[in-house]
Write a protein that binds this ligand. Structure first.
Ligand code: AHM
Ligand code: MG
Length: 332
């Protein structure tokens, strides 16, 4: 029998007691928003959704039309259900307050509505990343402070990949499940349960154009991989870089690998490239739930104390033994 996302969530709630009704509603609403984003992306040039929006986000990056559309879809879908206290997004400087006319819930939703934006106009996979936290008792969900909790506090996280098929990969802290969108039925159907990342790998993902800016540990690690069979690792490694974190992470979730967006001299002042709260944390939660590891090189990502809603961190995640090796090189 086909197990839809709804059924999976009911089981997590009723049989396993892993989630409550509000969190179940939240995830269902997020999944529905991802379906709407998939439809918008699917229209491409026919829907007039490609190209620049003509505005910048808080990080000073030019927004694409689909960045703005996807953000709107997430806000509208999640505002009125009564399951949220507040929302924060890559595309908004400040948290989004739930309008007074709607009931307030206990959860905080953080998201990157459209990750990998540079790939939209060339018809390559993009995605959505989200993280769910509890709003601390007495905290004001219209301020950053309510959101500034370490990744270990996440109660759910997931990503959608808009590729040849639309996938939703989800954890509620009970392993990782993958759902495929049945476009005819309009429902997400469970296609893989208990995803596991192999501990070893022969595949790595990093933007090699930054090589000259990297710190010594990452340079050493990648140089050893590049040396192949004749080098200290004694085997050949292959490289992939989609430049959509969702697509790169999904490959690693499927067949293993290591993904790195490390600190480099060019981005040192910013602290890294990827954002902690709605990129690194949810992906690290998912990767750890699948038996992988995630580090900044110096610290487990989920333990990083956040200092700002849009804080950036170095990210090294994937197959456990490789990630641990890179972390060990940082210790040396
Ligand atoms: P975005 O959220 O603005 O799309 O940026 C994040 C993306 C990641 O998906 C990807 O891993 C990285 O930026 C690619 O960066 P680069 O173009 O430097 O290779
Ligand atoms: Mg992103």
């Amino acid at each position: 029998m086909r197990r839809t996302l709804s059924r999976y969530l009911i089981e997590e709630q009723r049989e396993k007691g892993k989630i409550n009704a509000d969190l179940r509603l939240l995830i269902e609403v997020v999944a529905r928003a991802c379906k709407s984003i998939a439809v918008a992306i699917g229209k491409g040039g026919l829907g007039g959704v490609l190209g620049e929006a003509g505005s910048d986000n808080v990080q000073g990056e030019a927004q694409k039309k689909l960045d703005v559309i996807s953000n709107e879809i997430f806000l509208e879908a999640n505002e009125w259900g009564g399951h949220l206290a507040g929302m924060a997004s890559e595309e908004m400087e400040l948290p989004h307050a739930i309008p007074n006319r709607y009931p307030q819930g206990e959860y905080l939703l953080l998201f990157d509505p459209l990750d990998g934006s540079s790939n939209i106009d060339i018809n390559v996979s993009v995605g959505t990343i989200f993280s769910v936290l509890r709003c601390p008792e007495g905290a004001d969900p219209t301020t950053d402070t309510a959101f500034l909790q370490p990744g270990t506090k996440q109660v759910a996280a997931g990503y959608a990949v808009y590729g040849p098929t639309t996938l939703l990969v989800l954890t509620v802290g009970d392993g990782v499940a993958c759902f495929t969108l049945d476009r005819e039925q309009g429902s997400f159907v469970l296609t893989q349960e208990n995803m596991q990342i192999p501990e070893d790998t022969k595949e790595f993902a990093i933007n090699m154009s930054n090589l000259r800016h990297w710190e010594a540990p990452v340079r050493r690690y990648v140089e050893e991989l590049l040396a192949g069979k004749e080098g200290p690792r004694g085997k050949d490694f292959n490289m992939r870089w989609v430049a959509s974190m969702v697509a790169d992470v999904h490959r690693i979730m499927t067949r293993g690998g290591i993904f790195m967006y490390p600190l480099d001299a060019k981005i040192r002042d910013k602290g890294g490239k990827l954002r902690l709260m709605y990129e690194a944390n949810p992906m690290s939660f998912i990767v750890e739930q699948a038996g992988g590891a995630a580090t900044t090189g110096r610290q487990r990502i989920l333990d990083v104390p956040p200092t700002g809603l849009h804080m950036r961190v170095p990210v090294i995640l994937g197959s456990k033994n490789e990630v641990e090796r890179v972390a060990a090189y940082h210790q040396d």
